[in-house]
Design a binder for this molecule. Structure first.
Ligand code: GLA
Length: 389
């Protein structure tokens, strides 16, 4: 336990994947309005986070941060108020170095001043990146410094440690004051990336989380973060245009189900990263699927784990607070697979002579003996919730 600021994984929207460095205050206001209109706020998405490029090119005379006068002419307080007025929470971005990843002024050595500014502006969430000159200081020290500065101000501010997993933040970011910590490099809107491309695809991240075996670091108050959602994104989205990644088409429906379904099995923070003013109905339905969100937000706070990896066919379990479990049958491969698992082998589910089962995509319910099986299309994932009968 590292505190109560994030008893369940934070949910919200972040500007980066949709807008990258072109973000403006109008985009952020539209996103806040759209969270309300699409029903995403109602489904639990509450933080509106402005990522990199919101700041002016120089610190102010006191070493403080200030908003870019052209892209954010109304200033941070007005934007935070706009977001709060819609029943949402407001987040900003900085970096534990001299500069942000896009070369804007950042917070190393100015943590107290910046934390006070954030509190004064009404910031509820800080995403803190790892770019810029580190001035010879190690990651633990740099993140701890901002964690302490945030703890010292008179406002609750969720601290999102974005260190890309390089120094194993699951071992120290909670003690540094973080409520979530990135476990991997940046997710891009692809299934897989090649070695010479920037970032990781959905399949790459699922495999990385399976290999890392860091579920024991994950729980109420502190969460492993496999990065934000790319649901709804493709070649035209901001990050795809900005980063050196060859994105040729949007994620397919099957890839998108695996992305969202596996992020929920992982108990991941769910930060939507698409243009919400142009959200397809299929993506809206997926992002507001309350059966999946309940799995993600389950109060036990367990991270799902792979219990079997048979080539590209994987079985994942996530124990849930009500004594049941979520089961994902995940086909990372290129041909249809029948994937089968024995519910009785889920060690957290009490043994019974039968089980109640619900398909989390369709909502359909039935009862069954121990075996749970599905024909899973290539790159698709079936997700079930099971309870002892
Ligand atoms: C890094 C982070 C991303 C995003 C960009 C912004 O790559 O990992 O999530 O914040 O910086 O420049």
């Amino acid at each position: 336990m590292t505190g109560t600021l994030a008893p369940t994984p934070p949910m919200g929207w972040n500007s980066w994947n949709a807008y990258s460095c072109t973000v403006t205050e109008a985009d952020v206001r539209e996103a806040a309005d759209a969270l309300v209109e699409t029903g995403l706020r109602e489904a639990g998405y509450e933080y509106v986070v402005v990522d990199d490029c919101w700041m002016a090119e120089e610190h102010d005379a006191d070493g403080g941060l200030r908003a870019d006068p052209e892209d954010f002419p109304s200033g941070v307080t007005a934007l935070a108020d706009y977001v709060h007025d819609r029943g949402l929470k407001f987040g900003l971005y900085s970096s534990a170095g001299s500069h942000t990843c896009q070369g804007y002024p950042a917070s190393l050595g100015r943590e107290r001043r910046h934390a006070e500014q954030f509190a004064g502006w009404g910031v509820d969430y800080l995403k803190y990146d790892n770019c810029g000159d580190h001035r010879g200081r190690d990651a633990v020290d740099r993140y701890q410094e901002m964690g302490e500065a945030l703890a010292a101000v008179d406002r609750d501010i969720v601290f999102s440690v974005c260190e890309w997993g390089q120094n194993h933040p699951w071992g120290w970011a909670g003690d540094a004051g973080g409520q979530l910590w990135r476990a991997t490099d940046d997710v891009v809107a692809k299934w897989r990336t090649h070695e010479d491309e920037f970032g990781l695809g959905v399949r790459d991240i699922v495999e990385r989380l399976a290999d890392l075996d860091i579920a024991s670091a994950h729980g109420p108050g502190g969460w492993n973060d496999p990065d934000m959602l790319q649901v709804g994104n493709g070649p035209d989205s901001g990050q795809s245009q900005h980063e050196p990644t060859d994105v040729r088409r949007p994620l397919t429906d099957a890839e998108t189900r695996t992305h969202f379904g596996m992020w929920c099995l992982l108990g991941a923070p769910l930060m939507v990263g698409t243009d919400l003013t142009d959200l397809a109905e299929t993506d809206r339905t997926l992002l507001t699927n309350e059966r999946l969100i309940d799995i993600d937000q389950d109060p036990l706070g367990a991270q799902g784990r792979p219990v079997r990896r048979d080539g590209d066919a994987e079985v994942w379990h996530k124990p849930l607070a009500d004594g049941g479990a979520a089961v994902a049958l995940c086909n990372l491969g290129e041909r249809v697979r029948e994937i089968r698992t024995a519910v009785a082998r889920i060690d957290t589910v009490a043994e019974a002579d039968g089980y109640r089962i619900q398909d989390c995509w369709s909502g359909e319910r039935w009862t069954a003996g121990s075996d749970l099986a599905a024909e899973v299309e290539p790159r698709d994932t079936a997700v079930f919730r099971v309870w002892p009968r």
